[in-house]
Design a protein around this ligand. Structure first.
Ligand code: HPA
Length: 248
């Protein structure tokens, strides 16, 4: 079964017919919310709202281990992770969807591994290519939806939040090669890889990052929420096409 983790703006998938809801517990605690199992076209999908019901969990307090563990426990083997981002580059305008291929991780203090030497023996996964190439190919091959501008590569700067960045921090991330910035990509991506799941990210661009474009003089979280919600229909439509192509 394929899983979808919804971020800011995507509290549900439009068109998903709900079959049942699962409340799951894990050795790592509870996931962000109940997991909704539904049908999108002919395909079963498990949906989890990353920030919980009513968007109450900030990025640094999300129980990423419980989220990934519980999806796997329900039979999920591939995850499409939707995560709103800010754009670092002029050409990545709010409204487009970036399909990142790389990550630079600036987060700290998060429970970021299953292989902690307590619950599981120490192990060092390969993370050269953080996302599943098979899932990324699927995403990149299904980008002909009218009215949506897809960018098939991106370097995701994963930041701690919950505050937004300073303009100088964004300059630093750009020097490091990053093209988009968000708060939830890590450790989620690495945890999925530790459990052997295929995982790829869909990043709707909600705003220009701090100090860039229309965010030159500042930026509000309300603007980010509003744009993310406006993009939810496009994202749902895209998920439908991709999941149809993925099969079961
Ligand atoms: N910075 C960090 N996270 C974000 C942003 C941003 O500008 N926009 C959406 N998520």
């Amino acid at each position: 079964m394929i899983g979808v983790i919804g971020g800011t703006g995507l509290r549900k998938i439009d068109g998903l017919t709900i079959v049942r809801e699962e409340i799951v517990d894990t050795p790592y605690g509870k996931p962000s919310d109940k997991i909704i199992i539904g049908k999108l076209g002919n395909h079963e999908v498990a949906f989890l709202a990353r920030h919980g019901e009513g968007h109450t969990i900030p990025p640094h307090l999300i129980n990423y281990r419980a989220n990934i563990f519980s999806l796997r426990a329900l039979g999920v083997r591939a995850i499409l992770a939707v995560a709103a981002v800010g754009s670092i580059l002029e050409e990545l305008r709010p409204g487009c969807i970036v399909l990142p291929h790389q990550i630079v991780d600036y987060t700290y203090g998060r429970e970021h591994t299953f292989f902690d030497g307590i619950n599981n023996p120490v192990s060092h996964i390969d993370f050269t290519n953080p996302y599943s190439s098979k899932l990324r190919n699927l995403l990149c091959e299904n980008t002909s939806l009218e009215g949506i501008n897809f960018i098939k590569e991106g370097i995701y700067a994963a930041v701690q939040g919950p505050r937004l960045e300073t303009a100088a921090e964004i300059d630093r991330y750009e020097k490091d090669g990053a093209t988009i910035v968000g708060m939830t990509g890590m450790p989620e991506t690495a945890l999925a890889k530790e459990l052997g799941l295929s995982y790829a990210a869909i990043c709707p661009v909600a705003n220009f990052a701090a100090g860039r474009g229309s965010s030159k003089d500042g930026i509000t979280h309300e603007e980010i929420n509003k744009k993310s919600e406006l993009m939810a229909l496009n994202v749902s439509e895209y998920l439908k096409v991709v999941i149809e192509a993925y099969g079961s």
